[in-house]
Design a protein around this ligand. Sequence first.
Ligand SMILES: CC(=O)SCCNC(=O)CCNC(=O)[C@H](O)C(C)(C)COP(=O)(O)OP(=O)(O)OC[C@H]1O[C@@H](n2cnc3c(N)ncnc32)[C@H](O)[C@@H]1OP(=O)(O)O
Ligand SMILES: N[C@@H](CCO)C(=O)O
Length: 360
Amino acid sequence: MSAAPPPATAAWREGDSPGRRRFRALGALDLAAGGVLPDVTVAYETWGALNPGRDNAILVEHALTGDAHAGPDGGWWDGLIGPGRAVDTDRWFVVCANVLGGCQGTTGPASPAPDGAPWGSRFPRVGIRDQVAVEALLADALGIPVWAAVLGGSMGGMRALEWAVGLPSRVSAVLLLACPAAASTDQIAWAAPQLAAIRADPMWNGGDYHGAETGPHVGLGVARRIAHTTYRSGAELQERFGRARAADGRFAVESYLDHHADKLSRRFDAGSYVVLTEAMNDHDVGEGRGGVAAALSSVTARAVVAGVDSDRLYPLAQQEELAAGIAGADGLRVITSSSGHDGFLTEIPQLAGLVKELLG
Ligand SMILES: CC(=O)SCCNC(=O)CCNC(=O)[C@H](O)C(C)(C)COP(=O)(O)OP(=O)(O)OC[C@H]1O[C@@H](n2cnc3c(N)ncnc32)[C@H](O)[C@@H]1OP(=O)(O)O
Ligand SMILES: N[C@@H](CCO)C(=O)O
């Protein structure tokens, strides 16, 4: 692990070497559960050009710890997005935005509240529907009436699904990867020790640590170790690490998890991790809509639904439910991978096939 401790928060702020990242002030957001979040800003990146008919726009949705940098030059879906790639930026105008509640430029707990101090514990509980509402405001600002497609995996798949159910007239096609119609008891259970680890860190201070010298990165690291284990398959971990040990005597798999914990605590804000994890826990596309089956039956978009055969966190049965309930889906596609849930990030050739099936 690196010697220097991470700063209190790894959150981005507007003006922090933005590169190609852009920011858009969207004003106040009415939250689905009631209340208003003032002064919402969204950070986003784009690739390609919007055509005169404004009908070639694709929204790419990142997962829990992703960000707006999905495309070429080291993005988390680099290999899938770019000139001549499955999401061909010579043809499509591709947009990826940092999620509401995140820490990579879009308003979240580390952002300043109207009084100038960080939101911290005052940041409201936001849900997947609020996150999509922000994306709809961004689409309005960019002049995109209808997405040709919305693509997403994991928490990104929850948002893609919410677009298809909540705003059906604004999306023509969806790619739903490794995501559920509603968070399962098992998923909420796996999240519980992660949230508890962050809150048990003395530096958490009830969520108000952003002005301190250091933050709850120990708790965030524990959360990441738990989560990352669920993102990979047991068979893969066995095959890669077995009972081997690192030079310092740790099991190699412990060293691997320590590495991922250290990396995340340097690039992510613990408050955002809590807010986004609770948003995933709250996800239920059928809530207030007559249940999951009724919600899925309202989808008018074409859909490709896929899961990963070794995903122990978001098992295939959840994607089977989506594929069976959405009229525009032609059955379930299965990604073959040893990587578990992270297969939606790592299996680029298979993902490219699914994108081509969706986009034609
Ligand atoms: C879409 C989104 O929203 S998420 C955004 C992208 N996701 C992330 O960044 C989350 C964190 N990372 C991951 O989940 C994964 O690394 C993925 C999915 C991005 C890629 O998976 P893989 O290519 O299979 O990488 P893997 O899980 O093997 O990790 C590789 C890292 O572990 C390190 N590593 C491997 N074995 C060990 C070990 N025994 N001890 C210490 N470190 C180890 C490697 O050196 C490498 O480090 P680096 O990433 O700093 O270069
Ligand atoms: N590795 C991914 C998986 C979560 O779905 C992430 O960190 O966002």
